[in-house]
Design a binder for this molecule. Structure first.
Ligand code: OAD
Length: 247
């Protein structure tokens, strides 16, 4: 096992050599902004609530006010959070490299940090879309009851603009993410448990002959098996060290 400092020097060389740097991110990248992850043992969202009651179409149809109240609460918390040094370091790298962020996060923090090319695989919690015709609504969702609003085009119910369990990912976002992986020179996988498909499968699309993979996570996830380098720790500490101007 290489000493972490030697490995960091090597990763900085890979960054120097790369043109296209891609980040596949998950909830862990926003953890230090104060946003709950989903699967962590002590405080993950899905340890506290059942996704079947809150993140499925069936749950919404059964009790829309209950589901929408939960999303309104999460949205309100997210609006109070700020991007952390991980989001900022990724955005900063754009001045030197072609950077694309492929994220499972719905919090919009990469964009707020200044990242310009962000592919949202699981949608965005800030807006709502129509359950029937799929149109995105551009008004601000209600932050108090009654939460349920209706589509301006077809009158259908508006729902959070996120992907729920049992639903497919937005086709365009996923196919662009696959192309992005294929063209990557260097891939960072940051803050994701790698348990949710098809997002977790994306690293398999990189060209292993020319693309290196760096994993950043406090825990070794299933992606560790395909990583060229693994840094065990927090994204907001490790990313500025690896991506910064090599102080
Ligand atoms: P998870 O909650 O499954 O995993 C979060 C990962 O972040 C774990 O592997 C943690 O070890 C790691 N982590 C925690 N703190 C970190 C830190 N400070 N720095 C770096 N890593 C840290 O979250 P996701 O993998 O994003 O789907 O979950 C994938 C999807 O499952 C989510 O997008 C969501 C959920 O159901 C939808 O909402 C559609």
């Amino acid at each position: 096992m290489k000493h972490q400092q030697l490995l960091a020097d090597e990763v900085r060389e890979w960054i120097d050599q790369a043109d296209r740097v891609v980040f596949l991110t998950g909830a862990g990248v926003s953890a230090e902004s104060g946003i709950q992850t989903f699967r962590q043992a002590h405080d993950g969202i899905w340890k506290q609530y059942s996704p079947l009651d809150l993140a499925t179409k069936e749950a919404f149809l059964k009790n829309p006010e209950h589901v929408l109240a939960w999303y309104a609460e999460r949205r309100a918390k997210i609006e109070l959070c700020e991007p952390n040094n991980a989001h900022l370091a990724i955005a900063d790298l754009q001045s030197r490299k072609t950077v694309t962020v492929v994220t499972q996060n719905v919090d919009g923090l990469h964009q707020r940090a200044g990242s310009q090319s962000v592919i949202e695989l699981h949608g965005n919690i800030i807006s709502e879309s129509c359950l029937d015709c799929g149109a995105t609504d551009h008004e601000t969702p209600h932050d108090m009851p009654p939460y349920l609003r209706y589509c301006a085009f077809c009158g259908g119910c508006l729902r959070p603009n996120v992907v729920w369990f049992g639903e497919s990912l937005p086709e365009q976002a996923f196919s662009t993410a696959v192309d992005t992986m294929r063209q990557a020179d260097l891939l960072f996988i940051v803050g994701t448990s790698g348990e949710v498909y098809p997002a977790a499968k994306l690293p398999e699309y990189v060209d292993k002959k020319c693309c290196r993979i760096v994993l950043i996570n406090p825990d070794a996830t299933p992606h560790a098996q395909m990583a060229d380098a693994f840094f065990g720790g927090k994204a907001s500490e490790l990313l500025p060290q690896l991506l910064g101007e090599y102080a």
